[in-house]
Design a binder for this molecule. Sequence first.
Ligand SMILES: [Zn+2]
Ligand SMILES: [Zn+2]
Length: 145
Amino acid sequence: MPELQGQCMCGAVTVTATPARDALGACHCDMCRRWSSGPFLSIPVVTGYAALGPVKSYTSSDWAERAFCEDCGSALWYRITAPGEMHGQTQMAAGLFDNAAGSDLKLELFIDKKPQGYAFEGERRQMTEAEVMAMYAPSEEGDSQ
Ligand SMILES: [Zn+2]
Ligand SMILES: [Zn+2]
């Protein structure tokens, strides 16, 4: 996948990242909607992305953090911090990149939390809160802390 170059609303933060897949995802969970005032549209990126500028991180749960521009507040990314297989997985805010707008929306998370007032056109994989939580939960055997 070609590298993407992006920036926050004010331009203080610049991001260089390589998509893991050519696909947009949308999350309708309560936190994403409060964070971005709508579904959080993101692109999965490979680790090793670079961000320059005033990046702040907020620990939004026991398993993840959300980064934003300290100057303008633009959402930058959601990153899994919990130990285990998914550690470090990052969803980069799609709005940072001019050239990501052409990717197809392939996945909707927390579809049962989506307000009735809007919906995306077309069909794609949709996961409920219960399905998402099962996906992220540590395996029965448990990972070492
Ligand atoms: Zn900014
Ligand atoms: Zn969410």
